[in-house]
Design a protein around this ligand. Structure first.
Ligand code: UD1
Ligand code: CA
Length: 459
């Protein structure tokens, strides 16, 4: 039997005050709803149906990589109504359905597995996850009679006594599908918010004498994000988990409170990360690297033994043993070879740089292929743009580019050639030659004195 999961993601999320649907806000680089989808899948819920409504197209496109199905809730009349909108999806299914909210991204795979095992062992009609908290503001309260779960009351509908209850509803449920579908028919919207609450299903099942359960778990896993403040709390909790995972794997993180690593980032053993580093997207960092402070590395592959300092690397690859920075900017689609040096104030864009090449300072290389063991003098510019089109420059192996050279693209510089400092190269430089492309120096004797410009103190 395949267990299926519904994820509620149709609300706009008024309290987060955003143009973006709430569930698409990211925590550690991944949309909240995608966190929930991925966790459910990993916990064994292969079939996932996402209930969409507000910003449906955007939610669909931002979850499209997950291959889920969708149910549409055109008007958001409450969480119970949202599940009714998935009735079509559920109607021929039997067994257990998990219903999770798309705004609670911190729930973990092992917890979901335990939850399912508990539900099955207890043979419950419905089981929910709860948490004991000191401040329950905003959450539904679990009303128990002794140890038995009786119902859930939403914060806004609580009596003063119920407001004192510290056990809250996490918004994560397992239901017997047929019983759920039957009890949804008895839901009403006769409450303070005029909504059809999914939480009322619990009381309905109880009144039919069904067996219910609630499993209390750590509040850090149940946190629901309704506001920007809660978004920052969720980010903080997830960040600590991610950093701990990397430290457990043998990565040194000098100051975990100021190290920001996305959920999908991989880092090799014995790499050392200094404060204020931001690693994003599908970045992979090798072993024995040192990331000195203030780097942002996004969707990039950094091989072993690389050092990076105060630099930005986007959608690029950096070979083994290379030094980057300080203050280098490696822009998308660049491939930097092994044992190279990309030094201070160097910008590389859509270029390949061969092994052993040194680009040490104040240089721009864009739309170019550069060979091995070259040396770029300070202030080299690849003039790749003619105001209309981008052109490509090709530099061979063992080329020495003198300081303050312009390589006007498209141009070819062949192997083992030299370019004199200050040259503006517009024609091919043949193999083994020296190119000088600058005006010859002329000295005019006594010119200063003739012009009466001699300063007395110089006499
Ligand atoms: C809900 C629970 C509350 C629980 C809390 C846990 C209900 C009535 N209340 O409250 O008991 O303590 O979660 O975080 O269920 N959504 C829809 N369609 C709708 C309304 C909401 O899809 O018509 C989706 C939202 O996009 C969101 C989720 O359901 O992802 C939860 O909705 P939200 O309004 O945040 O519920 P809470 O007030 O937090
Ligand atoms: Ca919520």
């Amino acid at each position: 039997m395949i267990n299926c999961a519904l994820i509620l993601a149709a609300g706009q999320g008024k309290r987060i005050k955003s143009k973006l649907p709430k569930v698409l806000h990211k925590v550690c680089g991944k949309e909240m709803v995608n966190h929930v989808i991925d966790t459910m899948r990993e916990a064994g819920f292969q079939e996932v149906n996402v209930i969409i409504g507000k910003g449906a197209d955007r939610v669909k496109s931002d979850t499209s990589s997950r291959e889920v199905s969708y149910s549409l809730q055109e008007e958001q009349l409450g969480t119970g109504h949202a599940v009714m909108c998935a009735a079509e999806y559920l109607k021929d299914k039997k067994g257990t359905v998990a219903i999770f909210t798309g705004d609670a991204p911190l729930i973990q795979v092992d917890t979901v597995k335990k939850f399912l095992a508990y539900h099955e062992e207890e043979k419950n009609s419905a089981t929910l996850l709860s948490s004991i908290v000191s401040d329950a503001t905003g959450y539904g309260r679990i009303v128990r009679n002794g140890s038995e779960v009786v119902k859930i009351v939403e914060h806004k509908d609580c009596t003063p006594e119920q407001l004192q209850i510290k056990e809250i509803n996490a918004g994560m449920y397992l239901f017997d599908i047929e019983e759920l579908l039957a009890s949804l028919k008895s839901l009403s919207n006769n409450n303070s918010q005029g909504e059809y609450y999914l939480t009322d299903v619990v009381g309905i099942l109880k009144s039919q004498g069904r067996k219910l359960g609630a499993l209390p778990i750590d509040f850090q896993e149940t946190l629901g994000v309704n506001s920007r403040g809660e978004l920052a709390i969720a980010e903080d909790i997830m960040r600590k988990r991610i950093n701990k995972k990397h430290m457990d794997n043998g990565v040194t993180i000098i100051d975990p409170t100021s190290t920001y690593i996305g959920v999908d980032v991989e880092i090799g053993q014995d790499t050392i990360i200094y404060p204020n580093n931001v690693l994003e997207g599908k970045t992979i960092i090798g072993e024995d690297c040192i990331l000195y402070p203030n780097c942002r590395i996004c969707d990039s592959i950094v091989k072993d033994n690389v050092t990076v300092q105060s630099s930005v690397i986007l959608n690029s690859e950096v070979g083994e043993g290379t030094d980057v920075g300080p203050f280098a900017y490696i822009r998308p689609e660049s491939v930097i070879g092994k044992n190279t040096r990309i030094g201070d104030f160097v910008e590389i864009k859509k270029a390949t740089i061969g092994d052993g090449t040194k680009v040490s300072h104040l240089t721009y290389i864009g739309d170019a292929e550069v060979g091995k063991d070259c040396n770029f003098g300070c202030g080299t510019v690849v003039v790749n743009y003619d105001g209309n089109k981008k052109h490509k420059t090709i530099v061979g192996d063992n080329v020495f580019v003198g300081c303050n050279t312009n390589l006007v693209s498209p141009v070819m510089v062949k192997n083992n050639s030299y370019i004199a400092a200050g040259s503006t190269i517009t024609k091919e430089v043949p193999q083994g030659s020296l190119a000088i492309a600058r005006a010859k120096q002329v000295n005019i004797d006594g010119w200063v004195e003739k012009r009466g410009l001699f300063k007395k103190k110089n006499k």
